[in-house]
Design a protein around this ligand. Structure first.
Ligand code: ATP
Ligand code: MG
Ligand code: MG
Ligand code: MG
Length: 479
């Protein structure tokens, strides 16, 4: 099955169970002070769970664009190094707002995976929440009994709070969950194994694909839990991981979600995927990051020097540097991948088609601007490392790289890590704070209850209306 059909089958399955198919919410959040990016499918439905707002339909399904690069869910370090964590990914989900609960959610997930998608039952594991004393919540016996009816006990895992209690952030709706994991080893490989070598949930090739969250609490600001007014279902399945399982691959990057992008990177950069691990990581990072950046720009979030814009800039600069160092790309090239991305995903996400020109222009400008200082910065970093007697590099030096060459701190840390060095982040933070205080003291102007702030780059690229507005808005913060 092609990825397009997989997405469609999921939505159609739940449509047939009286769910209405709704569009993805934007990936970039403009009005939520607790969250910069949508990091799970449930985010757009938060108010329904809390009972603050009443849904039109009590059952919905969708594919949500998610980004996990900041806050409670940050997978950036994993991306490219493993083959199943992305920055931007699609989360397929089905929801019940005070409608059905555990029984339907569990039985339907099993029906979809084993009867529609025909995934071998023997390769599936499920988990249940073992309970948490500090929160006063016990073992999820309700879910356990339901699973026992369909899954042999040796394939049921008991999970702790970290894995089996889902929370969007430090506050908000939350609850125990059951996850579904798949053993992705090939049939031939499995045929050779028996006993614990065969049935082993901890095997590295057993990958989590779906999380069924039983939303029944709200985590309050003081950390305590209160029961929600009604019980809800919130599920999230990683689309790219599902495609990996369905297409019998070992890596998300070997599915048709990524192979066209990777082929394009190989062509443009004259490189080969599957040659060396270093090249492979670079290619995977670029294929991943271009999606995150393109979808953010399509949502109206351009790279900038603060807030969500800086997150996007950091992701893009990271990709640029992976290309520069490992694929020898000295000219902008990432913007050229947008065309391929659009061909592939434009049907499901028309914003890519509509905003293609803007996305390409913005990425190209960013590439040009960072490439101007990247080489010099890398030379400087090399010198810093060579001169250092210590395995920990000074944060003052890292600040110079940030300030003069536009190296985001996480990029400097990453390059140092590759060279076997660490970084004194606290020192960097102190330098950054000093700089902010200096410029604030120099230019603070107060008018009414609006105070001009100065942590905005006045030289930020302002060629597009949206960015201009964004910089203007960012420049004034209410006091
Ligand atoms: P993992 O343990 O693999 O990091 P998770 O438990 O953090 O996943 P959930 O918050 O339960 O993930 O999200 C629901 C589903 O979304 C997961 O079961 C997985 O299939 C998918 N998913 C989560 N994070 C990512 C990611 N960074 N890239 C791709 N898919 C992801
Ligand atoms: Mg995770
Ligand atoms: Mg997990
Ligand atoms: Mg999970």
């Amino acid at each position: 099955m092609k990825s397009q059909e997989i997405r469609k089958s999921f939505l159609e399955f739940f449509k047939a169970k009286s769910h209405s198919i709704v569009p993805s919410a934007p990936m970039v959040l403009k009005d939520d002070p607790s969250l910069m990016f949508t990091n799970a499918g449930m985010v757009q439905f938060k108010e329904f769970f809390l009972g603050n707002s009443v849904p039109k339909n009590t059952r919905v399904t969708d594919s949500q664009k998610c980004l996990r690069v900041s806050g409670k869910h940050n997978d950036l370090e994993e991306v490219g190094h493993d083959t199943y964590h992305h920055t931007m990914f699609e989360m397929l989900g089905n929801w019940s707002f005070g409608d059905y609960f555990k029984e339907e959610a569990i039985n339907w997930s099993w029906e979809l995976l084993t009867e529609v998608f025909k995934i071998d039952k023997e390769s599936l594991y499920v988990s249940v929440f073992e309970g948490s004393e500090e929160d006063g919540v016990g073992l999820d016996t309700e879910a356990l009994e339901l699973w026992k009816k369909i899954v042999p006990e040796q394939r049921i895992i008991y999970g702790n709070k970290k894995d089996n209690f889902w929370e969007m952030g430090d506050q908000g709706p939350c609850g125990p969950c059951s996850e579904i994991h798949v053993d992705i080893r090939s049939a031939e490989e499995k045929a050779k194994k028996s006993g614990r070598e065969l049935v082993n949930a901890d095997h590295p090739q057993v990958v989590e694909i779906w999380n069924l969250v039983f939303m029944q609490f709200n985590r309050k600001a003081d950390g305590s839990l209160e029961e929600l007014p009604a019980k809800h279902i919130d599920t999230g399945m990683g689309f790219e991981r599902l495609c990996m399982v369905m297409q019998d691959k070992q890596s998300n990057y070997d599915t048709d979600v990524f192979t066209p992008l990777i082929a394009e990177i190989e062509k443009i950069t004259n490189s080969t995927y599957d040659k060396s691990e270093e090249t492979n990581i670079a290619i995977r990072v670029i294929a991943d990051h271009v999606r995150a950046v393109a979808f953010s720009i399509a949502d109206g979030q351009l790279p900038s020097n603060n807030g969500a814009g800086y997150v996007i800039r950091r992701i893009l600069r990271r990709a640029i540097r992976y290309g520069f160092t490992f694929l020898d790309t000295k000219e902008p090239f990432i913007y050229k991948l947008v065309e391929r991305l659009k061909t592939q995903m434009g049907d499901a996400f028309p914003e890519l088609v509509k905003q293609q020109q803007l996305i390409e222009n913005v990425i190209k400008e960013e590439e040009l601007s960072f490439l101007r200082t990247l080489e010099q910065g890398l030379v400087m970093l090399e010198n810093i490392v060579n001169e250092s007697k210590d395995k920990e590099i000074s944060g003052v030096k890292a600040f110079e790289l940030y300030d003069t060459f536009g190296f985001p701190i996480d990029l400097t840390a990453l390059i140092l890590k590759e060279k076997g060095y660490s970084l004194n982040i606290a020192e960097f933070e102190a330098e950054l704070k000093k700089q902010k205080e200096r410029s604030r003291a120099a230019t603070q102007v107060t008018s009414g209850d609006w105070k001009e702030i100065t942590d905005v780059d006045e030289n930020a690229f302002v060629g597009y209306d949206q960015l201009e507005t964004q910089v203007k808005i960012a420049k004034y913060r209410k006091v």
